[in-house]
Design a protein around this ligand. Sequence first.
Ligand SMILES: Cc1ncc(COP(=O)(O)O)c(C=O)c1O
Length: 448
Amino acid sequence: MQNHVTRRKFLGSTTVAGAGLAVGLPQITRGAEAAAKPAALGGSKAFSGSFPGWPVVEAAEEEAVLATLRSKHWYRGSGKNVARFEDAYQQLTGARHALATASGTAALTTALGALHVGPGDEVITTPYTFVATYNVIVLNYALPIFVDVDPESFQIDADKIEAAITPQTKALLPVHIAGSPADLDKILAIGQRHKLPVIEDACQAHLGEWRGRKVGTLGLAGCFSFQASKNLNSGEGGAVLTNDDQFADACYHFHTQGQAKKVTGASFSYAGTRGSNLRLCEFQGGLLLAQMTRVVAQTQRRTENAQYLTQLLREIPGITPAKLYPGTTRSAYHLYMFRYDPERFARLPRAKFLAALGKEGVGASGGYGPMHRGAYVANLAQDPHFLKVYGEKRMQTWLEQTRNCPQNDRVCEQAVWFTQNMLLGPRTDMDQIAEAIRKIQKYAAELV
Ligand SMILES: Cc1ncc(COP(=O)(O)O)c(C=O)c1O
């Protein structure tokens, strides 16, 4: 570390007089060059510290878990944590109703269940998402209809949605990928024009905002995940937000075996509808209440760091940070995403770029693979139940359409992701991330 700092200080002081030093002090210059080299070529790491750990655990979490344990009220029917969390999340987001669920998948399952999505229905979504978005549609034996992405934003291309609507379309399921809002003005207008409900997959988008309103509160419903990696975390967990009283009731029923009426006030009675057990438990409710004490400050820190990082990365040819649509008043930055163009890095393949970044102490990933071409969709086209419902011809054209998402191909090839915790440290961490990339670019030909 001492050595690293000294060399960096030295480098700083040599920028003006560098030429003279190169002649007079060849030994020292060689040392400086080594420091400026990527770590993958024997230089020192651009980032030698460590990014903040996740999750944050303090006394509040310990107390919440222990208090629940000792109370012996571990399920929402007898405890108060889950209901308290729902009230708090509702207030934080400005939604009329919040329903806690066992996971983000359970939240989406609840929303689609309350909408009666079923065999023969089509649900329009994006191919660039976590597989859960695919699964919640497919498990209802509905067809996911994939609309290609806007490569600038990584989001569903809202201009292509209307062409995908058919009489079978039951809902629009945009995803706010990375926590940045999809183009909600366009998507909501399409929903209205075609009388189609919009269910926002906001599983990555806690406290993201569109024109000053929290995402997840603009469509008929918004679904959130509190899985361990998420910006609000209880190991597993989720929530449905909605402003619609009837839909809130339907979701509440669905998530607890078709029982009970929450919004309209009647106590534990069968609604006479189908459902499942998708409830959050009291330990998770307690954990979420504790985690929520920090979520606003953490979101603010991520925003500041991400905005600064974007300024730095925009200066690097071949690095294109994901665009935010003009209606975005806040991205949740669950992920920080950019596109990497190997042509500007001496054709250094992305895998080698990622490996070199890792050596700099800046762990990054290439994100989602092209699921719209993979085994998942190929198997679905052969699935006996899908063939029974849709027929061979439809499944074949579906497969062809699904594979025809060229922008998603491109995004899957070029994406680079940083995780949200990397945005929680000091601003100097962002300088060092950018420095790592600049170094790799400078020495890209050697790294190839
Ligand atoms: C976009 C998206 N949708 C849905 C989910 C599912 O959430 P969970 O893992 O809580 O079931 C996730 C979780 O990673 C997600 O990122």
